[in-house]
Design a protein around this ligand. Structure first.
Ligand SMILES: Nc1ncnc2c1ncn2[C@@H]1O[C@H](COP(=O)(O)OP(=O)(O)O)[C@@H](O)[C@H]1O
Ligand SMILES: [Mg+2]
Length: 260
């Protein structure tokens, strides 16, 4: 934080100064949010609370406004009505947005570079995560040399290294095959146990939601609003095959109007 009277000169200083401002809320709080694109109503009076340290999954049909909701939380869009308050939040976008010409470690450390760190500093911060993230030996690999699951781990690491209190994950495993997806769910549960954050996880896999989240918020078809919230009071680690997981997943499907 610059001393009083000192002019903020670098992007890094700016980020540090911004981070020193206490956010209005420790987690995420949306009240009565309305959002339309032109004539298309996308969110219709959506309210959502995510407490600090909580993982909340948001499940809803395609096009109901889930990605829009994450954009609002991350400050990439503004609501037409209602209020959005959130601690600083980073988006892991729905499509793998790794830069093909950068190595895995430079992709992972991108936010630090943008924040003003030198390449050496940024790499030094990213490297210790490669082994626990199952990426050891792939530090210098380009995205094209990585499997789908590895690319998603690098993208998640990049989101984590941005250092914000809140992580918004937009269908992080949506493009993966079924087996890799299950492995990645276990991996994410473990990663969040090691590095607890406030997480908003968008998915359309109800079992994934129940395995990973403290609460599951179910949205209506567009325009999205909350139809039901399910508290997941199950011990961790959870497995997809567990009866209690399957029961809550079936309840979520019924609330979404899907006859399971
Ligand atoms: N920037 C935009 N301009 C116009 N329409 C948009 C824009 N972003 C999203 N939409 C539309 O808003 C609706 C909700 O989109 P989105 O939030 O991506 O839904 P979801 O993530 O739940 O599938 C969709 O019909 C989509 O086509
Ligand atoms: Mg989406």
């Amino acid at each position: 934080m610059p001393a009083e009277g000192v002019i903020v000169t670098t992007v890094a200083d700016f980020h540090r100064a911004a981070a020193a401002e206490p956010p209005a809320v420790a987690g995420v709080r949306l009240d009565g949010v309305v959002k339309a694109f032109g004539d298309l109503p996308v969110l219709d009076g959506l309210s959502l609370r995510v407490e600090r340290g909580e993982t909340v999954a948001v499940v809803g049909p395609s096009g109901c406004g889930k990605s829009t909701l994450l954009d609002l939380i991350c400050g990439l869009a503004t609501p037409d009505a209602g209020t959005v308050a959130a601690a600083p939040a980073t988006l892991m976008p729905q499509r793998d947005a790794l830069l093909p010409w950068l190595s895995a470690e430079d992709n992972a450390a991108l936010a630090l570079r943008i924040g003003g760190a030198s390449r050496a500093e940024a790499r030094a911060a990213a490297r210790p995560y490669f082994a626990p993230f199952g990426l050891a030996g792939f530090e210098r690999a380009r995205p094209a040399q990585l499997s789908g699951g590895m690319r998603q781990r690098v993208a998640f690491l990049r989101t984590l290294l941005a250092g914000t209190a809140v992580l918004c994950l937009d269908e992080p495993f949506g493009a993966l095959d079924a087996l890799t997806r299950v492995q990645m769910q276990k991996w994410l549960a473990e990663a969040l146990r090691r590095e607890p954050r406030t997480v908003v996880l968008v998915t359309h896999d109800v079992e994934e939601a129940v395995v990973l989240a403290d609460r599951v918020v179910l949205l209506s078809p567009r325009p999205g609003r909350v139809v039901e919230t399910i508290d997941v009071d199950l011990p961790r680690p959870r497995r997809r095959g567990d009866h209690a997981v399957a029961d809550l997943a079936a309840r979520a499907l019924r609330a979404l109007g899907v006859d399971a």
